[in-house]
Design a protein around this ligand. Structure first.
Ligand code: TMP
Length: 237
């Protein structure tokens, strides 16, 4: 199914598919990184958990009319996706203030954002993924102003769908990061992954952090909380 290694990122490897030139195989790694790779640890089982979690969330989004690159889960740690050229933007949606925005702009922890706040970061490790504005995004990518508007609108729509989805599992979707890619015909679709690596999820009652912040902040066991997220997802579907 998978042929040549095309790219290795911090959390996934990307392979060409042997059977279809328009598809790729994503292989989820057990590595977790934070602070642009400065903190790194291997967690046996993490790759499987993020593959399983993403493989529940993307089909749910499909059901709600949100297209993505996801085709199917292949095995415990791998999934088949449509081949896209990733647009080098990290599109972050925030419902409550925490993380970088509290440090950057001084928002008090848990300040609600209504409507949700959308931020763009330039996906570039050597520059430390800086926050950028729309004009920067147009200069740094090949997308048009209209396409950027569509991407931001799509991110807000995904937020609405996922907020309800997670709320039904007693989880608050605090914030998350999306990436979009271009198909060979130029269509823009949701890509990458949606997992506790890329979302902040808090238990509604206890406010327990159930995402990669446990590793970033050294406040809990990553595998234990990712297992709990998968269990809640599986109990729902
Ligand atoms: P931030 O508060 O650190 O800017 O993170 C905002 C959201 O984006 C949070 O849900 C974690 C996610 N995120 C990633 O998926 N990848 C990253 O490299 C960073 C910095 C954040």
């Amino acid at each position: 199914m998978k042929a040549e290694l095309l790219y290795e990122g911090k959390a996934k490897k990307v392979y060409l598919s042997t059977t279809d030139s328009e598809r790729l195989v994503l292989s989820y790694k057990n590595d977790a990184t934070a602070f642009n790779g400065k903190k790194k640890e291997n967690f046996p089982g993490k790759g499987r958990l993020n593959n399983e979690i993403t493989s529940v969330i993307f089909p749910y989004l499909h059901e709600k009319g949100i297209k993505s690159h996801f085709v199917k889960k292949l095995n415990e740690t791998e999934q088949l996706v449509l081949k896209t050229t990733i647009i080098p933007l990290e599109v972050v949606v925030r419902n409550l203030a925490t993380g970088s925005i509290t440090k950057r702009l001084g928002f008090k922890e848990e300040t609600p954002f209504s409507p949700p706040l959308v931020e763009l970061f330039y996906k570039n490790d050597s520059l430390n993924d800086p926050l950028i504005n729309d004009d920067h995004a147009l200069l740094l990518t090949n997308i048009s102003a209209e396409e950027l508007r569509d991407i931001k609108a799509k991110a807000i729509e995904i937020n609405t769908v996922l907020q309800g989805f997670f709320r039904s599992m007693n989880l608050i979707l605090v914030d998350f990061k999306l990436e979009f890619g271009l198909l060979s015909d130029g269509t823009i679709i949701l890509a990458d992954e949606i997992s506790p690596d890329t979302c902040r999820l808090w238990d509604i009652e206890t406010k327990e952090k159930m995402d990669k912040d446990v590793f970033r902040q050294g406040i809990g066991d990553l595998i234990t909380v990712y297992e709990k997220i998968l269990q809640r997802l599986e109990a729902r579907v």
